[in-house]
Ligand binder design. Sequence first.
Ligand SMILES: Nc1nc2c(ncn2[C@@H]2O[C@H](COP(=O)(O)OP(=O)(O)OP(=O)(O)O)[C@@H](O)[C@H]2O)c(=O)[nH]1
Ligand SMILES: [Mg+2]
Length: 285
Amino acid sequence: WTHLERQRGGFGFLGGPGETQIESDRRMIRDRMAKLRKDLNHLRKTRALHRDRRQRAPWPVIALVGYTNAGKSTLFNRMTGADVFAENLLFATLDPTMREFSLPGYDKAILSDTVGFVSDLPTQLVAAFRATLEEVSAADVVVHVRDISHEASDAQAHDVRQILADLGVSAETGEGPPILEAWNKIDKISKDDHQFERISSPLPDNVCTISAETGTGVQELIEMIATILSDGYISEQVTVAVSDGKRVAWLHENGRVLSSEQDSDNLLLAVEMSPRNWGRYYALH
Ligand SMILES: Nc1nc2c(ncn2[C@@H]2O[C@H](COP(=O)(O)OP(=O)(O)OP(=O)(O)O)[C@@H](O)[C@H]2O)c(=O)[nH]1
Ligand SMILES: [Mg+2]
């Protein structure tokens, strides 16, 4: 109650004559809840807007997800470099946790650091948590960062997978973007640790071991991301008349335009797309 009283001033409420303390507290809390709900709604809307805009951009988005303290931000900083993001106008107003990073074979790629997952999130926080994570299902690749040196690593991974499935991302059902696992903090594991054998045995195809702190394995992770992104994609050179805006727009919308050169009346584009989209493209007349 004293805590509420201290906050009262900040909200500028004055109880009317005869209003009991408990009534004015209730009113204050109700108003506060209404405001937070409105903020949350606004947040979802602006995020959805940014997402749409990004989906139209030809650059892939890679989302780092994982249990809190797994090392996502450390990996994020390592992969993006300290000050890569100078003033790229298109993304200047986006979430500060999205940055450009270099991915072999791509002009640009966007890495997204996300809020850490925790088990048994209080129900009041679930909506806020979801709002910040809706981005994840729109990513092109999801990298599940795990602290493999943690004794509860498997339980944490289980909880993360559950939350991902709730967000519509699941390796099991194949729903959503593909998931890679980065087993982090291998520098902390010595030969006598029980996890040592596990990380030194052959790993599943979608797993790599890294140390975000020392940089070990990070290049391999980046290569894995590039490989899975182009999985099944075919890149071709196409020539389109500059005046054929419709066709150019179609390519930008449905494929990844890797490069674009103008030669008098024509545009020479290197485009990467799924075979299905190439079929659709050649059917356009
Ligand atoms: N030894 C070691 N420590 C690491 C490594 N990666 C991260 N850490 C440490 O683990 C702690 C958590 O790292 P963060 O990058 O903040 O983890 P996070 O996943 O972003 O955490 P949240 O933002 O809370 O979800 C920090 O103290 C890091 O220095 C690693 O590869 N090796
Ligand atoms: Mg972090």
